[in-house]
Write a protein that binds this ligand. Structure first.
Ligand code: SF4
Ligand code: FES
Length: 238
């Protein structure tokens, strides 16, 4: 239903919202593709059938560029630009697959995995789990350290719960609250490792300005925000 707000009809999530206007021609993994100017490289790649792994991007929200999973190689550009925030240009040549890119993406996912409930990895279903599969990541090399695995689950809202242990702080819920619902009930508080999703003034969801629209739940790529109805026996972190 949220997709309809942006006139999105494709079943696949092309990663960033569609643009309209003059067409631009570029090459992605050797395939020619044409998309409207202002489109992201990620969207062009999706149109060319080259799905780039992503976590913080979704086509119902403006690009944000925080997770660093969607990096690509662009001829003539230094480093590995994020495909969700890099705009197409005429004659651009993009590679979405290489050994170096696989290494970088694996490193990013291993870091996220190191602070994610281990018991939820084998059977979990979410965009995060899909990204792990897409990049062939099943474990991480880090030992037990400081993590968010002991954080309390916020079950205050009657319809959904928030399990901070599964949150990768991708900001999608915050942006959905602002861009789709226009409520501004969520923020990211704290910095670095201590940054976290905070409803209102770091209150339980039910005591914040949240209107229970569900936009945050629908967009969460890890099921940190998830409908309670999926757990008729009650929620237990795996
Ligand atoms: S709750 Fe979900 S959508 Fe929000 S920041 Fe965490 S992982 Fe992203
Ligand atoms: S999907 Fe591009 S930086 Fe997250």
């Amino acid at each position: 239903m949220w997709s309809e707000l942006r006139d999105l009809t494709d079943a696949i999530d092309v990663g960033t919202p569609p643009r309209s206007g003059e067409m631009v021609s570029l090459t992605i993994d050797g395939q020619p593709v044409r998309v409207p100017r202002g489109s992201s490289v990620m969207l062009a790649a999706a149109k060319a059938g080259c799905g780039i792994p992503k976590l913080c991007a979704t086509d119902t929200l403006e690009p944000f560029g925080s997770c660093r999973l969607c990096l690509v190689e662009v001829e003539g550009m230094r480093g590995y630009p994020a495909s969700c925030t890099t705009l197409v240009a005429d004659g651009m040549t993009v590679r979405t697959q290489s050994e170096a890119l696989s290494r970088v993406r694996k490193g990013v996912l291993e870091l996220y995995l190191s602070d994610f409930p281990a018991g939820d990895v084998p059977d979990g279903w979410s965009e995060f789990h899909q990204a792990l599969q897409q990049c062939g990541v099943t474990s991480h090399p880090y030992g037990e350290g400081m993590g968010h695995q002991q954080a309390a689950v916020d079950e205050s809202n009657p319809y959904f719960l928030f399990d901070q242990a599964k949150c990768i702080v991708c900001n999608r819920c915050v942006r959905a609250c602002e861009e789709i619902q226009g409520t501004f009930a969520l923020t990211i508080s704290g910095r670095g490792f201590d940054s976290k999703v905070s409803p209102g003034q770091d209150q339980p969801f039910f005591e914040s300005d949240c209107v229970s629209c569900g936009a945050c739940v629908q967009t969460c790529p890890t099921q940190a925000l998830v409908e309670k109805s999926l757990f008729p026996e009650g929620y237990a972190r795996a």
